[in-house]
Design a protein around this ligand. Sequence first.
Ligand code: ADP
Ligand code: ZN
Ligand code: ZN
Length: 815
Amino acid sequence: MNNIAEVVISNATRQFDRIYHYRIPEKYLGRVNTGMRVIVPFGKSNRLLEGYIVALTGESDFKDLKEISEIVDESPVFNENLIKLAHWMKYRYISTYSDVFKCLLPPGTGLISSKVVRLVNCDTSLKGNYIKILQKLKDNEGVMEYDQLKEETNIKSITKYLNKLAELNCISISEEFGTKVKRKQIKAAYLTKPSEEVQEDIESNRLRNIKHVRILEMLLENEYISVSDLTKFAGVSKGVLETLNKYGYIDFKNMEVTRDPYESQNFQKTSPLEPTEEQKHIIDSVKEMLDKKIFKEILLHGVTGSGKTEVYLQLIEHCINIGKQAIVLVPEISLTPQMVERFKGRFGEYVAILHSRLSLGERYDQWRLIKDGKIKVVIGARSAVFAPFDNLGMIIIDEEHENSYKSEITPKYHAVEVARERCRIENAVLMYGSATPSVENYYRAKNGEISMFTMMKRANNLMLPEVRVVDMRRELEAGNRSIFSRILHSEMEENIKNNEQTIIFLNRRGHSSFVLCRNCGYVLKCPKCDVSMTYHSFDERLICHYCGYTVKNVSTCPKCKSSHIKGFGTGTQKIENEIKKHFEGSSVIRMDMDTTSYKNSHEEILRSFREDNINILVGTQMIAKGHDFPNVTLVGVLAADSMLNTGDYRATERTFQLLTQVAGRAGRGVIPGRVIIQAYNVENYSIECACAQDYKSFFEKEILVRKKLVYPPFTNIGSIVLSGINDRTVYNRAVSVKKFIDECFSGVCDGDAILGPFRSVISKIKNKYRWRINIKCKEIGKLIDILTKVSDHFYAHHGKNDISISVDINPVNML
Ligand code: ADP
Ligand code: ZN
Ligand code: ZN
């Protein structure tokens, strides 16, 4: 009989990240199942901790098993397939069970809050840690996130000091729940005793009621939690909270949260459009694959506006008809009201939209609706790949080439890879859609590894825009030192006169980090790697961050000897100012990281641009995606080649993708569009091919370069970053890690190599120095194996050290 549960502990550190056996007590037999959360006694002190049951078994090699204390869920929160996926993720991303399982639960369940501390009154008579905290806040304009404050002041049990400071009315502490635009009041609970005291009461078993313990543990980790979230996540009634309040452990206060923005919206019901020839062929073929219920990968290569979304909608409909469910992943930035409307309009109540503006409780509600089978289609960003469907038919990944599918926090999963594994496990169909597929996937399609369909005509018969390239070296020769070429300048004037709108696009990713000759277009590159050298103002050096090659910064161009060579980059703010200067009386709006710090404001900016008929929108890559602006007839791209010089092997690919996308912004309405691309390095094939909207030529050229220089898809790049306060110690540790790799990296394929250690592009983050080692390795299994060994070795030997390690495979950036 299966009376033993295999349990992993949530929140376990790497050291305790394994499967533990617990006996299922008599009273729970038959009720306990795989995929449930339980409370178990752990360690010598038998501290009660949350755990996840990953399997049941009848026997164990261990004697004297402890018993499960309590069941959290009445039904499993993870199905068997998701548990399989979790095992794979732990392996593939060299991660812990704890981190991986957290991905599978709605974000609220981990109860991570963003607590904000504000300076109210800087009482200078205070001493020690108190004044240290106040000073730190003052240095940061009076407001900081709790976590940041804790890290930067390095004060142990900082909560104690903060509570005291709050009592003295020197600071205020609050919980930020999403946006500042729309808010509604909720009731939240918080601890009224010092956390040490609460902790002590829990450890010493003074508190015997598990419900009390769980609530207090949640509140130990989060200063404020809404009463409704608490009752939901802890599975208790409000009465239990009242009791804790009576005992003097907690109190309540009113706070603000965001509502679901779709709650009150009505969506016009739509029906399938009569598919075009191209669409019909794809829909029929994929329907057949869906019916077979086998794992299948399909690349849908279709230009913007070719009707991909309509294909998705009709395939999803088929999925629903055969009793299956579908997930659609889109980049968060494309989750626009128009996008939501199309899916809600077609499938109504069956659709759940998962996005970062939902509150904890709302996300949890969505998640539960999905689990309960009320939802058939989930649309969302990266994490929607974990939607708890029991009968998944298909996953669609729109804009498959997007970076944002890769998580940059642990576990550093790539939603595309996770989707592939999930579909493999669940015998589902995986469809990638893109106008500019990733080189990796297109390569697989060309090799016949995955199926491919193409749609090269625009569904609504709109014309592709007319694209022109301006060589900025010629402008300089002609004495034009402005950031606008003469032609762009006059076209912008024309647009203002005709009351048509203009978008000016600038990529800031390569901001000032590379060195370019304004006279001949020459960019300093690493002789060994063919990536641009990165300028470090820190020590006035140019460094290649693939191999570590370095030279002193130059003052004249090595090619033409001109002194017009310098770090390149122009900010959007500067451009906004230039426009105001050059085009008097025109209206300008700017969209970049600085203007979109509040989550809703990017929608707000775009709405204003569209509805208030602002003349010119200036922005970074954010404006390149998925928005329809019928009145935009001119798009200008400044320093198009700056994207080429980000020092990443994907730089050319990204340039091509972005330019193609930006060009697609023009002429979405009835008036044909014009696109003007300004660059120094106009001969680069990414620019030429983007102008011609010619993906195939681009791919043919790019794949040759990848092959020659041995970059993905011909290899994998493993990245190890070590960071710590002391530069020298971090470097020394990196050297010893390198040595360790040298020892276990045997049986090398052609082109495999270990590079480094060398300084990271961003050599210091938050006062921590960073050193990097790159491993090129053709066989991914071998690379995973090495990185796992490196991690295990590191934690076993230097676990409690002040140096941290981060490993990743094919990272989206190498900063
Ligand atoms: P994509 O997702 O490839 O950018 P969309 O699916 O958004 O393309 O289609 C672009 C436009 O063409 C939309 O306005 C859509 O309603 C329209 N469209 C798509 N398919 C058809 C069709 N079969 N008949 C008529 N219009 C269509
Ligand atoms: Zn190099
Ligand atoms: Zn030059």
